[in-house]
Design a protein around this ligand. Structure first.
Ligand code: AKG
Ligand code: FE2
Length: 321
């Protein structure tokens, strides 16, 4: 079995995946495993019979957080703040979606380690974000023990700025600070993604791969692997909404850290202490079962945000995918 020989690599990204008979998985799970291995993503129906009712309640509950009149079909829905991070802390349905047991079990089988959700993002519209890999925001050692699950909370049309992915890009090297020749530890950035944009664009260009939109149906979800390039397409019609929830998952027994602010070669890691949403307990960084001390990260030059708020951010889930 591949996971016994390479326990430090997610099962679905194993270099000997082709030899894995996947005999312990159902046919449906095997299809998901193969899609993740080949394409870097897999589409599933979200495994929750109450998902429609949950979505309705979330839309009602979160609508008030945005400065947009969602009742007005002509209103521009892209104005102002366009996301709520970690709404699981106050919304039971957001927390239930993130904590979905069937999904956590499935991810555990696919990765060969127990999964735990650690961050939620709720969006009323698309992000129109450039192609990026979440690996610069949150990663693990051993690498690739992170994934995102994107849930469509309504049908998504081509004009609504759909989520897009670059099929197969998860197989490319994970772009790190070392690769692009910059120091990350203690650096100041307005966006963790900015320094890596050129490298990702160059990879897409060199491989001749295009962005493909995901025109999802309400209730469908897309699992993306740690290094899959994805983003939000330009929104052609600003009056449309594109409600979605992204839940990011880590896996047990890893070091969790933010690569954009780390220099791995120097042993300088911007470590995280994620809180698992389903049991609300923090996870220490561990390596082969041993706890790794989490250093207090440096506080960077003062910015608009207070120093204490920034320090707290850095200890928790500061960046988002
Ligand atoms: O929904 C989108 O447009 C992209 C979201 C995303 O990149 C993320 O949450 O990691
Ligand atoms: Fe992302």
């Amino acid at each position: 079995m591949s996971e016994r020989i390479f326990p430090g690599v997610p099962r679905i990204e194993s270099p000997i995946f082709a030899c894995d008979k996947l005999a312990d998985l159902t046919e449906k799970e095997q299809r998901i495993a193969r899609d993740l291995n080949t394409n870097g993503f897999a589409v599933i129906d979200f495994p929750d019979p109450d998902i429609d009712a949950r979505i309705d309640r979330i839309l009602t509950n979160l609508s008030a957080s945005f400065e947009v009149d969602f009742e007005d079909p002509k209103a521009d829905k892209t104005l102002g703040e366009r996301r709520v991070q970690d709404a699981w802390q106050f919304d039971d349905d957001v927390r239930a979606i993130a904590s979905n047991e069937a999904l956590i079990d499935l991810l555990g089988k696919l990765y060969g380690r127990k999964a735990f959700p650690f961050q939620t993002l709720n969006f009323p519209v698309g992000t129109q974000q450039a192609a990026h890999s979440d690996s610069v925001h949150f990663s693990s050692l051993p690498e690739r023990y992170m994934c995102g699950v994107w849930l469509a909370m309504e049908d998504v049309s081509a004009d609504a700025g759909p989520l897009f992915y670059v099929k197969g890009s998860h197989k490319w090297p994970i772009v790190t600070n070392a690769m692009i020749g910059r120091r990350g530890y203690g650096s100041e950035l307005s966006s963790a993604q900015d320094p890596f944009d050129e490298a990702w664009d160059a990879l897409c260009h060199a491989h001749g791969l295009d962005q493909e939109p995901f025109l999802a149906r309400k209730g469908q979800a897309l699992i993306w692997t740690a290094n899959l390039l994805h983003g939000g397409s330009k929104q052609a019609d600003p009056t449309l909404t594109r409600w979605s929830q992204v839940t990011h998952y880590f896996f047990e027994d890893c070091i969790y850290y933010t690569p954009a602010y780390s220099d791995e070669a120097l042993g300088k890691l911007d470590m995280r202490r994620p809180v698992a949403i389903h049991d609300q307990r923090p996870r220490s960084c561990t390596y082969l079962g041993d706890v790794v001390e989490t250093p207090v990260p440096p506080v960077k030059a003062p910015s608009k945000k207070g120093r204490l708020a920034r320090l707290l951010d850095r200890l928790g889930s500061k960046t988002s995918g």
